[in-house]
Design a protein around this ligand. Structure first.
Ligand SMILES: [Cu+2]
Length: 607
């Protein structure tokens, strides 16, 4: 059988709706791909699979496309047959019209414009903004573009985002930009699985650690004993057992199932962006993953961060940054002295990476670093005190010496739910305030842990990045170029806790799943403060639709304007919100399976 583009599968199934994305088959394992190989190689080295559409009028066709990232063809959900979706380029001040035609067979669909200020009925969240787009129907989005910068768009329906429905969004600002560059590339990072996302979710529900094989072993135990002593080791392990988690559980879904993509290209495909020596190159990093945080660096190059979540910041030069799911960072690099530089984006849990190259011509492949050692989450990362100390040493430092048979051993971990912390247990708590928790968390079978001494930790590079010898970006480095755009002190504070139960893969705010919770009600025009407390051991990127999240510093002063605020385990962070957009808005964790499990609230802005 000869394979022509789109022929094999489209003939077998639905002729008009499926096409084969060219050149993607070079990702992952090519063995066993005989049928495809000639076609794939004949296309030449893969390029950015997406085109760019610019202007004010857009036709977006949501359909199915055959893709191949691992040697096994799969059906993706795409926009105009492209994964990622085409980059859209708007201009601040224009009115844009986007006709989203749903050509999926039987799924309702939607497109949400992430981080964009717009009327609620244009926000694209089924059930809140509108009814979704039924198969065969077209929804016309039309709104004024009131901002500039780097953003993205994605489906807000079921698991379509995991299936490929996401793309970059660039808005050219009306005012000249406060930095100079000669050339730019979008670098969209994402995660792809050959498994059906429903199946991934079902597995997580059944066994939360399914994709996490890095359980500690007996050998590790004896090494810990050597390094920490028996008492500390046993106490630390008892604490982990109580918290129903192992020290390597950093991500729910790992490289075991994921292929990490850069602009829709697997690592073997080596997506390449070009530069000429002497140029200043702007890279617009977008994390369009469903579940994956990336740590990004370009060996041999400094990166100057000039914008975060589309909003300009005081330039800060770093070697590396962590990008949470849904965040964007604009950086400027000045490549010189060599012909090619690797863009290396390892997943936070170190189970894989996305990778590409910035080069003077196609076909160059500079060395790719080994992923860093897999970091160990320690009990101290939960907010058990000792913040600011070296977290790598925290397990030993925080855990009390205890005999294995000491019946009180497990009482010494203050985060254990329903137990009063013993102030004399292990370390000096003077000056640290115990965190109070909402009543809805008490006796709640969907809440298995609580943090007792959370802190903002804005200057913490994060798990796996501390003390690595590189200058790593932190939230404390991000300062908007402008003052607090509202200027008013918040009139009131809403505190919400990020909660969960690891084993049940239950995720919520204040222990209440979306389906059981009342909307958060805001009064139109008010300025309020939202305080988030992360009671779980996972990091959650929290996204408020329709309004900005103006992150505060340790003193409660405006720091940086964002649309997605990362909340590592054991942190307590606050931001200001101006409720200047009427209607019903989504407010949720941007980890797709956490959102689906219930970490989602409606925010209702009313007169
Ligand atoms: Cu989450």
């Amino acid at each position: 059988m000869t394979l022509h583009k789109g022929l094999l599968y489209s003939d077998l199934t639905r002729p008009s709706r499926r096409t084969f994305v060219k050149g993607l088959a070079m990702g992952g394992v090519v063995a066993g791909l005989g049928l495809w190989r000639d076609t794939a190689w004949a296309q030449g080295p893969p390029r950015q699979a997406t085109g760019m559409l610019s202007g004010t009028d857009f036709d977006l066709n949501l359909g199915e496309t055959l893709v191949d990232f691992t040697g096994a063809p799969r059906i993706a959900h795409t926009v105009n047959g492209s994964l990622p979706a085409p980059i859209l380029r708007w201009r601040e001040g224009d009115t844009v019209t986007l006709r989203a035609a749903n050509r999926l067979r039987d799924d309702h669909a939607s497109i949400h414009w992430h981080g964009i200020l717009l009327p609620a009925n244009m926000d694209g969240v089924p059930g809140l903004s509108f009814n979704g787009i039924a198969p065969g129907e077209t929804y016309v989005y039309r709104f004024d573009v009131r901002q500039g910068g780097t953003y993205w768009y994605h489906s807000h329906s079921a698991f379509q985002e995991q299936l490929g429905l996401y793309g970059g969004l660039i808005i050219d600002p009306r005012e000249p930009e406060p930095f100079r560059y000669d050339r730019e590339h979008v670098v969209l990072l994402s995660d792809w699985t050959d498994e059906k996302p429903e199946r991934v979710f079902a597995k997580l529900k059944k066994q939360a650690g399914y994709y996490n094989f890095h359980k500690r072993t007996v050998g590790d135990f004896f090494r810990d004993v050597r390094e920490q002593g028996l008492g500390n080791t046993v106490a630390d392990r008892a604490a982990w057992g109580e918290m129903r988690m192992t020290p390597t559980d950093l991500a729910d879904v790992s490289g075991y199932t994921y292929t990490y993509l850069m602009n829709g290209t697997a690592p073997a495909g080596n997506w390449t962006g070009l530069f000429r020596p002497g140029e200043r190159v702007r890279l617009r990093f977008i994390n369009g993953s469903s579940m994956t945080y990336f740590d990004v660096r370009m060996p041999g190059l400094k990166m100057t961060v000039v914008a975060a979540d589309g909003q300009n910041v005081h330039p800060v030069t770093v070697d590396e940054f962590r990008i949470a799911v849904a965040e964007t960072f604009d950086v400027i690099v000045e490549p010189s002295g060599q012909d090619a530089f690797t863009i290396f984006a390892q997943s936070m849990d170190r189970t894989g990476y996305a990778r590409g190259t910035l080069a003077v011509r196609e076909g160059l492949s500079p060395p790719v670093p080994e992923p860093d050692p897999r970091p160990l989450l320690t009990t101290a990362d939960m907010g058990h005190g000792g913040m600011g100390r070296d977290m790598g040493a925290m397990a030993a430092a925080a855990a009390p010496p205890a005999k294995p048979d000491d019946p009180h051993a497990d009482h010494k971990m203050p985060a254990q739910k329903g137990q009063a912390p013993d102030p004399h247990a292990d370390h000096d708590l003077t000056g640290m305030e115990m965190q109070a928790h909402p009543a809805s968390e008490e006796g709640n079978p969907l809440v298995d842990m609580q943090t007792m001494m959370p802190a903002a930790r804005l200057d913490d590079p994060g798990i796996g990045l501390r003390g690595n010898g590189r200058r790593v970006l932190t939230y404390a480095d991000l300062r908007s170029l402008f003052d607090d755009p509202d200027g008013r002190e918040p009139d009131r504070t809403i505190e919400l806790h990020l909660t969960g139960h690891m084993e049940r893969f239950a995720w919520s705010f204040d222990g209440l799943k979306f389906s059981d919770a009342e909307p958060v009600r805001l009064t139109y025009g008010e300025r309020l403060r939202i305080v988030l407390v992360n009671d779980t051991m996972m990091t959650h990127p929290i996204h408020l639709h329709g309004m900005w999240s103006d992150l505060e510093d340790d003193e409660g002063l405006f720091l940086v304007r964002k649309h997605t605020v990362d909340m590592p385990p054991g942190t307590k962070r606050s931001y200001r919100v101006r409720a200047d957009a009427l209607g019903r808005w989504a407010y949720h964790c941007h980890l797709l399976y956490h959102m689906e499990a219930g970490m989602f609230r409606e925010v209702r802005v009313e007169e």
